[in-house]
Ligand binder design. Structure first.
Ligand SMILES: [Ca+2]
Length: 351
């Protein structure tokens, strides 16, 4: 069967005529046959992907895996579970455009119940978190904030087969290299025994476990903190926390600094944005009329900051420090960075 992603598909969950299930199924099959015969009669455009095409593509990946030195046994086990996932490709193509502003984003990403959970989970895991925080030089509140933001503290990790999702996205082809590199990274993770094939799960984009690491990030930053030989970012809290901390510390986290602060503009400012050239001392921003959010002068300390205005001068405005640039390496969305910083502050405050 051919999958044409532009087509609306056949909806069987909508039943305005009150048909019995058998009748619905019958009509659904007829409708599907009509769609298929219609599609088959068309010339295949770039947007058409097929099971057969996927199988050919996966066979090439398989050969490549063997050439790269993965054993027959590992390859046959890993590839035994790879299936075409058109829904993954669909999700990738239909990522929602940014429609909400930061206020709405923060309300959705960091609701009060999440703050409450973050605070109580920090307390619950305090000894482990503090130990990891001091070992890696990353304040525990940022570890908890990322954990909460990425997977709702491990509760939402995604249930897609990582290998199938990545192979499907590589096959689709728009960002083949990115997903192929991650596919082989995933194969390495599997080969090293960190996850069993049946539990090798993640988001539709291949982001895995409680940290939502892409496989390439896993290879760079994941840690086996409890020393059982597995970097288990799916089930083991020690490994999860240490992997987050290791990511941040590897990317230049400053344990003595924080992420940024919301500020007030008393006059229009000439420069803004995250470019390194736009980082200026706080005294400079003070001279440009930037004030603390309560209207007071900025702190008289010798640090550099970038001024960011995710929704323009009329929206929330922040001065952000070096650690924010590190958060941007984790996820390039400034909304994401602000939401992590904001949650970290609420954790520090305790509510
Ligand atoms: Ca472990």
């Amino acid at each position: 069967m051919f999958y044409v992603f532009q087509s609306g598909g056949v909806r069987t969950n909508h039943n305005p005529l009150g048909l019995s299930f058998v009748k619905q199924a019958f009509f659904a099959v007829i409708a599907m046959l009509l769609v298929v015969s219609h599609v088959s009669a068309q010339t295949h455009g770039d947007s058409e992907l097929s099971e057969a095409g996927f199988t050919t593509y996966v066979n090439k990946l398989k050969q490549e895996a063997l050439q790269k030195g993965f054993s027959e046994e590992i390859v046959s086990e890993a590839f035994g579970d790879i299936h075409f996932r058109p829904t993954v490709v669909k999700s990738d193509k239909n990522q929602p455009e940014k429609k909400i502003i930061l206020d709405g984003y923060l309300a959705t990403r960091v609701p009060d119940w999440k703050v409450k959970q973050a605070v109580s989970l920090y307390e619950e895991n305090k000894a482990l978190l503090d130990d990891i925080a001091s070992k890696y030089g990353v304040q525990a509140r940022f570890i908890v904030a990322l954990w909460g933001n990425e997977s709702n503290f491990g509760k939402i990790q995604g249930s897609y087969s990582v290998l199938s999702a990545l192979a499907s996205l590589a096959y689709e082809g728009r960002r083949e290299k990115l997903f192929k590199d991650n596919f082989f990274a995933a194969l390495t993770i599997f080969n090293e025994g960190h996850a069993h094939v049946s539990q090798f799960k993640g988001s539709w984009a291949g982001a895995m476990g409680q940290t939502q690491f892409m496989p390439l990030s896993f290879l760079n930053y994941a840690v086996d903190y409890d020393g059982d030989g597995k970097k288990d970012i799916w089930n083991n809290k020690a490994d999860v926390f240490a992997s987050i901390a290791n990511y941040l510390s590897s990317e230049g986290w400053d344990n003595n600094g924080t992420w940024g602060r919301q500020v007030l503009l008393t006059e229009p400012v000439g420069i803004s944005g995250l470019a390194k050239a736009n980082m200026k001392p706080l005294s400079y921003w003070q001279s440009q009329g930037v004030r603390r959010y309560n209207g007071n002068d900025l702190p008289n300390v010798d640090i550099e900051a970038s001024l960011i205005m995710p929704d323009g001068e009329k929206g929330r405005v922040y001065l952000v420090y070096n650690n924010f640039h590190t958060l941007m390496k984790w996820n390039r969305s400034s909304y994401f960075g602000v939401s992590v910083g904001y949650l970290s502050e609420r954790i520090k405050r305790g509510y």
